[in-house]
Write a protein that binds this ligand. Structure first.
Ligand SMILES: Cc1cc2nc3c(=O)[nH]c(=O)nc-3n(C[C@H](O)[C@H](O)[C@H](O)COP(=O)(O)O)c2cc1C
Length: 255
């Protein structure tokens, strides 16, 4: 069983690719949290996976909440992996996930990281054209390699893109992320067509449609940026910078 969280489809694509190669069911973390869930058992020969995007060298808050509340029973012969998708470097985020696993009595048998197109459009413009194609092609090769490592049972720590001073980066940036995540700078342009997609896809129900337009009703959200990137008419903005920047959705995610 592979659990994933995604804003713009990179982690979904990775989870689906690994899930179909390994014959494992793929489950969305927000959907799992909002459904009536009980204890999960991972049986002999089965694989537990966690796929998440790196946020500020750390984990999305919704993923940490999920891990803190997870009830899981790993039977003998069950294995597990952690996969962080990121735009460049993970910091210590995979170690944080490993610690959460350990707190639940799970040993992370495989730890992977995958460079994907960067969706942090609050700070940078998105990668387009050849650059994006190159990253996506190489991610496909890396995912094939991960499948091979799991199938051949070559357990280990394969995250080689932690970047400099990962512990320090995660401590500082992760704290900023958890305290930040404010919604007050999200706003919508008149070009909004009232399609309601943003409300439907927000993983933490932070958006409500009022008089046909999105309103951010929670002070904080996950900052996954799904609303910004997946708005069909790019009407959603954050502050003043995103109106001149592109949008990104993983072309293989099915979004
Ligand atoms: C709030 C936020 C913070 C991010 N922080 C990082 C980061 O610290 N390091 C990094 O390499 N990428 C960072 N990114 C980029 C994403 O990790 C990357 O694009 C990821 O693959 C997106 O996955 P998704 O499409 O499944 O949402 C950040 C993205 C967001 C939205």
């Amino acid at each position: 069983m592979i659990f994933y969280f995604t804003g713009t489809g990179n982690s979904l694509y990775a989870a689906n690719t690994l899930g179909s190669a390994l014959g494992e069911e793929v489950k969305s973390i927000p959907e799992y949290i909002s459904s009536n869930h009980g204890k999960i058992t991972i049986g002999k020969g089965e694989v537990l996976g966690l796929v998440f995007p790196v946020y500020y060298y750390s984990l999305p808050t919704v993923v940490e909440d999920f891990l803190e509340n997870l009830h899981i029973d790993m039977e003998e012969g069950a294995r597990s992996f952690i996969l962080a998708t990121c735009g460049a470097t993970t910091g210590d985020s995979t170690n944080i996930a490993k610690n959460h696993f350990r707190n639940k009595g799970i040993h992370a048998d495989f730890v992977f990281a995958l460079e994907m197109p960067d969706n942090y459009v609050l700070l940078y413009d998105v990668q387009i054209g050849e650059k994006q194609d190159r990253i996506l092609k190489s991610s496909r090769d890396s995912l094939d390699r991960m499948v091979q490592l799991i199938e051949e049972d070559k357990r280990g720590e394969y995250n080689e893109i932690k970047g400099p001073m990962p512990g320090m980066m995660t401590m500082i940036a992760g704290a900023l992320y958890r305290r930040g995540r404010r919604t007050q700078k999200f706003h919508v342009a008149d070009s909004c067509t009232s399609c309601n997609l943003c409300e439907e896809i927000c993983p933490v129900d932070a958006i409500e449609i009022r008089e046909g337009k999105p309103v951010w009703v929670k002070e904080r959200c996950v900052h996954c940026l799904a609303c910004i990137h997946r708005c069909p008419v790019s009407a959603i903005q954050y502050g003043s910078k995103t109106s001149t920047r592109g949008r990104y959705v993983n072309p293989f995610s099915g979004f």
